[in-house]
Design a protein around this ligand. Sequence first.
Ligand code: SAM
Length: 297
Amino acid sequence: MHLPDYDSPSFLKNYLDSRGMAMQKKFGQNFLVNPRARAKIAEGTAVSEGMKVWEIGPGLGALTAELLKQGAILTVFEIDRGFILLLEEIFSDEIQKGRLKIVAGDVLKTWKEEYRLSGPPDRLCGNLPYNIAAKIIADTVCETVRFERCVFTVQKEVARRMAAKCGSADYSSFSVLCSWAYDIQPLMDLAGGSFWPRPNVDSQAVVFTKKADFPACKSPAEFLKLQRNLFSSRRKTVKNNLTALYGSAETAQAVLSTAGIDPKSRAEDLPIEKICLLADASCKIMQKSAVRNGGNI
Ligand code: SAM
């Protein structure tokens, strides 16, 4: 590997300039130029020799290089065609040796095929643009795909939403998805100066570890449908949101009574365990109603 100087913004700028390239804001490109942070993130990923690792958004490979040093067999997902050409140049040996594979394109469109081809990785990591971080987590969890351990570097506000607890203003459908599937722990805070170009916001690296007791309800599909609907109008009571979902106040009440949940509560008051109870109650009431209607709900 003949690596660029990942610690030096001026080196990186000249490196791109000399190839007629520039950073693209639309792809949320901010390189992690803080070597201690890269080392800590790589360490937090807890890779050992031969582990299958996915990295989303390798950029020019600053974290990629760390992970390869630890013995990862890496698949990286990158959208920027210019970066892909540079990665192919920088890591040509690793690509030839089968230690690095580059999947070109939008990870939101490519991950499923890669998952189908090669199965789940042991680790997933990435320094991700805000919208991609939220979507990739939501997309994978909605497909009930979970990874053993993930390390994401995201805007601090996103990290807060990921780990938000019931009752807080940040608690949302996204928090429910994240902590339904994973235990979430902060790894380190990163000030804007750790990146080039320097973003206006602070970031945080967070570790997701697969929850042992997932899913704690009978039907993950019902849970996912319910939690989306419960937060669709935060100000509405749970009963009103469920009435909109079922098209019937009577069914909504029956589900709430079966789950033992106060109809006047709001989604932000419901911890995940209660949403699981609601999902189970919803399945039960729907089945009863199907039997009553001779199979037609
Ligand atoms: N990992 C590098 C680092 O830490 O220095 C770069 C991180 S930069 C914040 C985000 C990277 O994600 C960029 O390389 C960008 O091109 C890539 N990216 C953005 N959107 C993407 C998408 N939808 N699919 C794949 N990669 C994407």
